[in-house]
Design a protein around this ligand. Structure first.
Ligand SMILES: Cc1cc2nc3c(=O)[nH]c(=O)nc-3n(C[C@H](O)[C@H](O)[C@H](O)COP(=O)(O)OP(=O)(O)OC[C@H]3O[C@@H](n4cnc5c(N)ncnc54)[C@H](O)[C@@H]3O)c2cc1C
Length: 280
């Protein structure tokens, strides 16, 4: 492994990280349930550098583990314990390449967070509809690699439904450029959809073009209670009909989930106490 790491260091300099104090955060999952090891962690700053890194690993038959915000909850971005894999983080690839409120599209590098995309879109007078609780850390590449849904999927769909085009580094280091914003694209196979939801098994997403939506003119939020689970669907159908399809997001919390949020009994240190409000 030392030869491969030396080549990667020659290419990336200090963005090839081997210091255990600095690699630590990349080697375990968000909940701290899984822990792996890696020969090194790479933070390439461009598609070209990422491509060359993958090529070096491929030539040495070294496995790579793509990692975005590391918020996935199924261990996909955690290396195994052998210490023979290389983690490739997109943390240094965060550029927003274009935002176009006329074309209603945004093109960004894979390491941009979902919250950053929302913010840039809002500044341009548009909505980046993808939204979920880890949006401040989860990345565009990770969201596409997991086909993330979130609370707005009910109206705007999952990451796949918002995808227009993609740039991907393939397992041999070649760059596949499918980065286009064309909506009426009927040019043959939709390879971008093969990479969506593939969890990094087919390539590393380096950039993507995504749809924007018009900014909602108003927002109403309601926290409603129903007696039984059966009534949830009934309530949802009535709400959807009354709102004429304009419900932007919905989340169902079971009674035990609400109780858990109300009390400080939550064991996880990252969970903050939630104060429940009542209109009574
Ligand atoms: C509090 C919380 C709430 C969440 N809510 C939701 C939710 O509502 N809906 C939902 O779908 N998910 C949810 N998640 C899961 C998670 O946030 C999403 O799956 C998110 O999309 C992962 O993005 P990430 O950048 O953190 O990816 P990571 O965790 O870093 O990686 C996830 C997978 O994608 C691969 N990957 C990462 N980047 C790339 C890339 N550039 N190219 C190729 N493969 C890559 C990794 O190898 C791994 O297999 C939640 C997680 C938390 C912690």
């Amino acid at each position: 492994m030392s030869g491969v790491v030396a080549k990667l260091r020659e290419l990336l300099g200090s963005d090839c990280i081997t210091d255990p104090a600095l690699t630590d955060g990349y080697l375990s999952d968000w909940r701290g349930l899984l822990r792996g090891n890696a020969a090194c962690v790479l933070r390439p700053g461009s598609t070209s550098l990422l491509s060359q890194s993958v090529r070096i690993c491929r030539e040495a038959r070294v496995g790579v583990v793509p990692q975005g915000g590391n918020t996935g909850l199924v261990g996909g971005s955690t290396p195994d314990e052998a210490g023979l894999q290389v983690v490739i983080s997109t943390g240094a690839m965060k550029k927003i390449r274009t935002v176009d409120p006329v074309d209603m599209s945004i093109v960004a590098e894979a390491g941009a967070t979902i919250a950053e995309l929302q913010s840039v879109a809002a500044d341009a007078g548009a909505l980046f509809p993808l939204s979920f609780a880890s949006e401040g850390t989860a990345t565009l590449g990770g969201a596409l690699a997991t086909n993330a849904g979130g609370i707005s999927a009910v109206r705007y769909g999952s990451a796949r439904d918002l995808l227009l085009g993609m740039e991907v580094v393939l397992p041999d280091g070649r760059i596949w450029n499918g980065l286009r914003t064309l909506r009426k694209d009927n040019t043959g196979y939709a390879l971008k959809h093969l990479f969506t939801g593939s969890e990094g098994t087919l390539g590393i997403i380096t950039a993507a073009a995504m749809k924007l939506a018009p900014l909602p003119v108003g927002r109403e939020v309601a926290f409603c209670a129903v007696e039984t689970e059966d009534q949830v669907l009934d309530f949802w159908m009535k709400l959807r009909a009354a709102a004429e399809g304009n419900v932007r997001a919905i989340e169902y919390l079971s009674g035990s989930c609400v109780e858990l949020a109300k009390h400080e009994g939550c064991a996880h240190p990252s969970r903050k106490r939630i104060t429940m409000c009542s209109s009574n």
